[in-house]
Design a protein around this ligand. Structure first.
Ligand SMILES: Cc1cc2nc3c(=O)[nH]c(=O)nc-3n(C[C@H](O)[C@H](O)[C@H](O)COP(=O)(O)O)c2cc1C
Length: 228
């Protein structure tokens, strides 16, 4: 069980000159006001009349610039409540099919037609994807949770039975029974943090079914339920 902790107060700042704080201990900042205000300075020195908690010495979390440096746990918990559609990115590299599950897929531009996804720098699939002259985006349907799990596993041949697929028009594997697929040409890659942003130019887009999509939320797969 994970401990329920108070949400950290976030104050967004436009000041990008301040360096990221060295510590990420994740302790919640309580009784905190805007950075540099006289009230905050007085509070941690032990200003009389303030609650006991406000008179304590500043923690590493208190010293963070407001709105900067959220801890990994807080980041994960906040992002986990954002439901996302699930795709499998596939390609063929040196005649070998490769692919991985991704929720970071997004539309980017209509003219030209661009889409994107982010791939972890540590992905062992990425070097093959990068070497391929095109890739396919397979948009998973609501009953394809097992396929999504399969393409996130490391210890198996993801394209072996029971995976059903066929080579696409340019060679990249197309998974059977997906809601849609897109064939993309490499357009741009950008290093972003610990991931790589991959932008693709859509050369072909085919919808195979208007069925409900596969979603990922709070670490679980689920299905979309439209409003009545
Ligand atoms: C629901 C779900 C969504 C994922 N989304 C991404 C993603 O957007 N980008 C990414 O790099 N990995 C993502 N992963 C992880 C990769 O699918 C998986 O870690 C990766 O394929 C590991 O194998 P590799 O080292 O062969 O790439 C996701 C995994 C799951 C289960």
């Amino acid at each position: 069980m994970t401990e329920t902790r108070p949400e950290r107060e976030l104050r967004l700042t436009r000041d990008t000159r301040q360096p990221l704080p060295p510590s990420r201990d994740g302790r919640p900042a309580r009784g905190r006001s805007a950075a540099g205000s006289s009230r905050e300075a007085g509070a941690w020195r032990g200003e009389p009349g303030l609650p006991r908690d406000a008179r304590r010495a500043p923690s590493a979390a208190d010293r963070r610039p407001p709105g900067r440096g959220v801890d990994a746990d807080g980041y994960r918990r906040a992002l986990a409540v954002h439901a996302a559609g699930v795709v499998v990115i596939t390609a063929q590299s040196d005649g070998i099919p490769v692919g991985l599950t991704a929720t970071s897929f997004s539309s980017v531009s209509l003219d030209p037609p661009l889409v994107s996804f982010y791939v972890d720098r540590s992905s062992t699939t990425w070097p093959s994807l990068r070497a391929a002259d095109h890739f396919a985006v397979n948009v998973l349907a609501g009953d394809q949770a097992e396929l999504a799990t399969r393409f996130a596993r490391k210890d198996i041949d993801r394209f072996a039975e029971p995976t059903r697929w066929r080579p696409g028009p340019l060679g990249a594997p197309l998974l059977q029974d997906v809601s849609a697929h897109l064939i993309c040409l490499p357009h741009e890659t950008v290093d972003v943090g610990d991931h790589i942003l991959v932008v693709g130019l859509v050369a072909e887009a085919r919808v195979h079914g208007t069925g409900r999509p596969l979603l990922y939320h709070q670490g679980r797969f689920g299905r979309f339920l439209p409003h009545p």
